[in-house]
Design a protein around this ligand. Sequence first.
Ligand SMILES: NC(=O)c1ccc[n+]([C@@H]2O[C@H](COP(=O)([O-])OP(=O)(O)OC[C@H]3O[C@@H](n4cnc5c(N)ncnc54)[C@H](OP(=O)(O)O)[C@@H]3O)[C@@H](O)[C@H]2O)c1
Length: 264
Amino acid sequence: MKSDEVGLRRLLPADDRATADLDDDALAACYENAGASWLRVNFVSSLDGGATRDGRSGGLSDAADRRVFDVLRRLCDVVLVGAGTIRAEGYAGMSVDAVSAQWRTAHGLAAQPRLAIVSNRLALDADDAVFADAVTRPLLITSRKAAADDGVRFARVADIVECGAESVDTGAIAGALAAIGLPRVHCEGGPTLFAALAAVDAVDELCLTLSPLLVGGHGPRITGGAADLTTRMRLDTVLSGEDTLLLRYLAERGADRDGAGRNG
Ligand SMILES: NC(=O)c1ccc[n+]([C@@H]2O[C@H](COP(=O)([O-])OP(=O)(O)OC[C@H]3O[C@@H](n4cnc5c(N)ncnc54)[C@H](OP(=O)(O)O)[C@@H]3O)[C@@H](O)[C@H]2O)c1
């Protein structure tokens, strides 16, 4: 733990460790994947259910959230993000720091996770910093149609992963990433992508930071889009850092399968 980082404690499951601040390895152990192929989603929300403050998630985040956010990036092969979040948040040169890169290689992962952007329309600028400043070549997940119509624009800066014929087949995203050696998927949003993944039962885990803020307004929730969801999840772990709660929920179906992941 760095000197400017906030201490995190484990409230659930409750045992002796609950009273002690978690070091980085203990924190990583709280987020062990239950299956070889795994799709984790991470969001921060205000107490009143807002997913943004002034149009972005950063205003909801704090030191506790950032610590878990960094650990989750450490544990994955690929960071999956919807194009709307790329447009809103700025993912220029996404990378983990040197300590995390070293931790990753010591644990058999590539030094840096890949970034995979999901888009139907490919409404992205190939000169954008998300591509220009990338430390590993980004992946663009799109349909065969969009790839044929417009994919050439990105040939210089990204690898296209075709997933679906006319539009992206959301239920096939994790399989497509696993097929290219990226089975541990860490999705950082946004709400449209999360809702679409949940709607096809593709989410194994939700890590939700509950920020101690009320934000009001008409901003989005962590799921977006028109579809109603009836997804129930099972509470696995609760951490606290000052006034912030860090909740780990697993897909309810995991309970029926002895904690195994999608392919586990
Ligand atoms: N609180 C948090 O933790 C958090 C996390 C992330 C984002 N956010 C916030 O959420 C807002 C953005 O919301 P959003 O719903 O627009 O984000 P989003 O899901 O990242 O972006 C939606 C766009 O991504 C592409 N996309 C998403 N799901 C897709 C699917 N299943 N198939 C094909 N394409 C798909 C489409 O791009 P094309 O239009 O290019 O086809 C779609 O228009 C921002 O304000 C951001 O700050 C908050």
